[in-house]
Write a protein that binds this ligand. Structure first.
Ligand SMILES: C[S@@+](CC[C@H](N)C(=O)[O-])C[C@H]1O[C@@H](n2cnc3c(N)ncnc32)[C@H](O)[C@@H]1O
Length: 280
């Protein structure tokens, strides 16, 4: 069998499982099975494939048919033009989070700041920020030990192990240090919405990274209360929120001495991040 035939078979299998990106996914999985760049494969579609490689490809297609996200199958996801290792213990970094990183980089470029990343997951936010804000230092915390293991690996891979420290900690247990910037993409999905999420997310991404409690605001509220305590005067809280949470979160921020300075919209025009300054 050649590449084209295999891609078509894989694509058809995934299409039958209602996977919208079936053709692209099939190409990506073949490139993983062959250990070759996708571009190389699609410019050489007549290449003959050995049976051991066909077996590998079929296994990958089977995993994707069961709705396992491509990022977990590949064990990596691109974020801020860098490859981040991910696995089932880390949320898969999302493009809307890059928009938050972009805004923060524009605000702080060239300035040396102390950053705290609450719920660091794969470390994608903090590592991307430090890669741009080279004079700055960061601490990433998470309650998921296995996610932190990946975050540390990512900081070593990208050569930032000296500027970033990771700790297994709940944010409510932070007392002694003060930060210029707290950034957080906390869990913000309502508990009763989790069952309605797409299977890729619902069956594979860690619940602890998604579940924001009954109203989706449990963790967000607590992050805001804690940030008041551990931000320096005029410090900034950069928070990703769920679509539809703007009104509620703005109210909580304002009643806790934060002034919203920037609202960041996602590609669908929903406000998905807020940058607020502590004013008192
Ligand atoms: C939505 S994920 C964000 C991961 C990563 N920052 C990103 O943007 O891809 C939320 C993360 O918060 C962590 N988390 C949940 N509750 C926490 C808490 N009380 N203290 C610290 N981290 C927490 C989860 O383990 C998860 O890694």
């Amino acid at each position: 069998m050649n590449c084209l035939q295999l891609i078509n078979i894989g694509s058809e299998t995934l299409k039958n499982k209602n996977i919208k990106s079936h053709h692209l996914d099939s190409e990506i999985l073949l490139s993983k099975a062959l250990g070759k760049k996708r571009e190389k494969i699609i410019t050489n579609l007549n290449q003959f494939i050995r049976s051991s490689e066909i077996k590998k490809f079929n296994n990958l297609v089977k995993r994707r048919s069961l709705k396992e996200p491509i990022a977990y199958i590949l064990k990596e996801k691109e974020f801020w033009s860098k490859s981040f290792e991910v696995n089932k213990n880390t949320l898969i970094p999302r493009p809307e989070t890059e928009l938050l990183v972009e805004k923060i980089v524009n605000i702080y470029r060239g300035k040396p700041i102390n950053i705290l990343d609450i719920g660091t997951g794969s470390g994608c936010i903090l590592i991307s920020l430090i890669s741009e804000l080279k004079k700055s230092r960061g601490i990433g915390i998470d309650i998921a030990k296995k996610a932190l293991f990946i975050a540390k690996k990512n900081s070593i891979k990208h050569n930032f192990r000296n500027n970033i420290k990771f700790y297994k900690r709940c944010f409510s247990n932070l007392y002694h240090q003060k930060f210029d910037l707290i950034v957080s993409n906390p869990p913000y999905i309502r508990s009763n919405e989790i069952n309605k999420l797409e299977e890729d997310i619902r069956l594979f991404e860690p619940k602890i990274a998604l579940n924001g409690g009954k109203d989706g605001l449990d963790v967000i509220k607590k992050v805001i209360y804690k940030s008041q305590e551990i931000l320096k005067i005029n410090g900034v809280l950069a928070l990703e929120i769920g679509s539809g949470q703007l009104k509620e979160v703005s109210k909580i921020l304002k009643s806790n001495s934060f002034k919203i300075e920037h609202k960041i919209r996602d590609y669908k025009e929903n406000v998905r991040s807020l940058i607020s300054r502590l004013v008192r």
